[in-house]
Design a binder for this molecule. Structure first.
Ligand code: PEP
Ligand code: MN
Length: 337
């Protein structure tokens, strides 16, 4: 981090500022220019907020040189992380397809979808039990009953299950869930992230609707700082001025994430587009751009779905997509599952 001082800064206020940063355990490199004095901070600057320095009256500007996330940073961990989800490895060389309905609705529904998606090659089963809905009058999920039904589907098919947590007090209900999802709306629920940092479960961290990649990685850092490095990222579209799709899928985030972090990233083309006809083209693009997997909503009868029917594939459409995805995965020199 570099601090540029205003041209008329007094000797004593410069000394005070240096003492302040040294008190945080950092070293300094002072360079006296003809106009400005520049102070370079040496050490772990993740503990310093640029805005705090900016509020000091002799400070003209503050610039971060290194990223504020450390554990998630590829510089600290050059190799790709492989995340173990109940003995299925997510990361370099593998491609996972997580498929299933937006919400768990009935035992018949979740077991039928689980069997169908498994037959087509899905490697994990998704299903929402706690649903973050914009309207308080919309279906909110079956809650603990939904998790029980997911566990039944897991017993029937052997597929690991992925479901969203909304409240940190529910963590005990997720004891048998293989991959815990943090939804877009909770990406910056810092108390929830801290709690998840204290468990050993793998976490699927979705990108917030209006969050930058740096903010997303800082949320991953919250989980990792607590001791849990089992984080998988999920890009699910962000809010832009465009209204033709539910969100705008930021496929460029995949190579950016690959540069900045060692964590795996998967793509959710269902929430990104909101329309079933757009899911397949973006799912295919996700394989090619280097994603480590997909999350796709599949419903046995999309027209009757209690949530997100318009973006859900039926089992036949999913099967067709999977035939194509399998070929692309091989072309990328990866293995499905
Ligand atoms: C979901 O996956 O069911 C979901 C609600 O997604 P998001 O948090 O991305 O909106
Ligand atoms: Mn959904």
């Amino acid at each position: 981090m570099v601090i540029v001082l205003k041209s008329n800064s007094s000797e004593s206020s410069i000394k005070d500022l240096i003492a302040k940063v040294k008190a945080k355990g950092l070293d300094v490199n002072v360079s006296q220019g003809s106009e400005h004095t520049i102070i370079g901070l040496i050490g772990d600057t993740s503990i310093i907020l640029p805005e705090d320095l900016q509020s000091i009256d002799i400070v003209d500007s503050v610039k971060r040189i290194s990223e504020p996330y450390k554990k998630a940073n590829r510089k600290m961990h050059p190799g790709d992380s492989m995340i173990d989800v109940s003995d299925r490895i997510v990361g370099e060389g593998r491609f996972h397809v997580i498929a299933g309905p937006c919400s768990v609705e009935t035992e018949e529904q979740i077991i039928e979808v689980a069997e169908d998606v498994k037959k087509s090659g899905a490697t994990m089963l998704r299903g929402g039990a706690f649903k973050p809905r914009t309207s308080p009058y919309a279906f909110q999920g079956l809650h603990d009953e939904g998790i029980k039904l997911l566990l039944e589907a897991k017993k029937a098919t052997g597929l690991p299950i992925v479901t969203e947590i909304m409240n940190l007090n529910h963590i005990d209900l997720f004891a048998d869930v293989d991959l815990i999802q943090v939804g877009a709306r909770n990406m910056q629920n810092f108390d929830l992230l801290k709690e998840l940092g204290h468990c050993k479960k793998p976490i699927l961290l979705k990108r917030g609707l209006a969050n930058t990649i740096e903010e997303w990685l800082m949320s991953a850092e919250y989980i990792m700082a607590g001791g849990n490095s089992n984080v998988i990222l999920c890009e699910r579209g962000i809010r832009t001025f465009e209204t033709a799709t539910r969100n705008t899928l930021d496929l460029g985030a995949v190579p950016v994430i690959k540069e900045k972090t060692h964590l795996p990233i998967i793509i959710d083309p269902s929430h990104a587009t909101g329309r079933s006809s757009l899911v397949a083209p973006l799912a295919k693009a996700a394989v090619t751009v280097g994603a480590d997997g997909l999350m796709v909503e599949v419903h046995n009868d999309p027209a009757k779905a209690l949530c997100d029917g318009a973006q859900s594939l039926d089992p036949t459409q999913f099967d067709e997509l999977m035939q194509d995805i399998k070929r692309r995965v091989i072309f990328e020199n990866k293995v499905l599952g």
